[in-house]
Design a protein around this ligand. Structure first.
Ligand SMILES: [Fe+2]
Length: 218
């Protein structure tokens, strides 16, 4: 089903605002394309009327306004990646992942136009250091929202499953960090892994739906 960008943004914003259990119920049985397009969202009570089960504002509080932890860039960053929100390519192997979230300040204000530059290895744990496969940058919208379509990164020797990212508010310093996946057996043995950088991860009908809020020290 086709959907307007505005509808998609509204739906994704609701995904961030409703409690995890409600999101899980809303996404169960749906494909990622349906979730991304907001299909049938208006018929879903949890998503069409999020205020029924929500606090009045975005839940920024004691544990939500600490700046996102910085981590090493690693050896495989390539500058000048293409601007795109989907890293999917025809025939690419792996489990689809739809990652969405918001970029906030430590005062819980959205960072409009924040730069997000993602890169990660392929399903076999290999980075493309020749071209820009599985690399891309984008800019958050006026509400600080971002969406990335990609695949689950593989696991390579010495590291647990992770996605590299740089996040930058306009005219501010760059935050370089990594995102992790809950429940990975190799998280505990990875010397770089940090639990505060775990995304929320849910199953969809044909992949995974992830969410992560970045907090920039601005
Ligand atoms: Fe890496």
């Amino acid at each position: 089903m086709n959907s307007t960008p505005t509808t998609r943004r509204l739906f994704l914003r609701r995904l961030l605002l409703v409690p995890t259990a409600a999101v899980l119920a809303a996404c169960r049985g749906r494909t990622l394309d349906e979730i991304l397009s907001g299909a049938d969202s208006e018929s879903d009570t949890a998503l069409s009327n999020p205020t029924a089960s929500l606090p009045p504002t975005l839940a920024c509080g004691d544990d939500d306004d600490d700046p996102t932890l910085a981590q090493t860039e690693g050896p495989y960053f390539t500058p000048s990646s293409p601007e795109r929100t989907s890293l999917l390519e025809p025939g690419i192997a792996g489990t689809r992942l739809l990652l969405t979230g918001q970029v906030l300040t430590t005062g819980c204000m959205p960072v409009a136009g924040a730069l997000l530059d993602f890169w990660h290895c392929d399903d076999a744990g290999v980075y493309d250091n020749v071209s820009y496969r599985l690399r891309g940058h984008q800019f958050a919208d006026a509400n600080g929202l971002y969406t990335l379509e990609t695949i689950l990164p593989g696991v390579y020797t010495g590291r647990t499953r992770h996605i590299h990212v740089k996040v930058q508010a306009p005219n501010q310093p760059v935050l370089t960090t990594q995102l992790y996946f809950p429940g990975e057996p190799t998280n505990a043995s990875d010397g770089i892994y940090h639990p505060s950088l775990e995304m929320t991860l849910l199953d969809s009908a044909d992949g995974k739906l992830g969410a992560f809020t970045f907090v920039l020290d601005v």
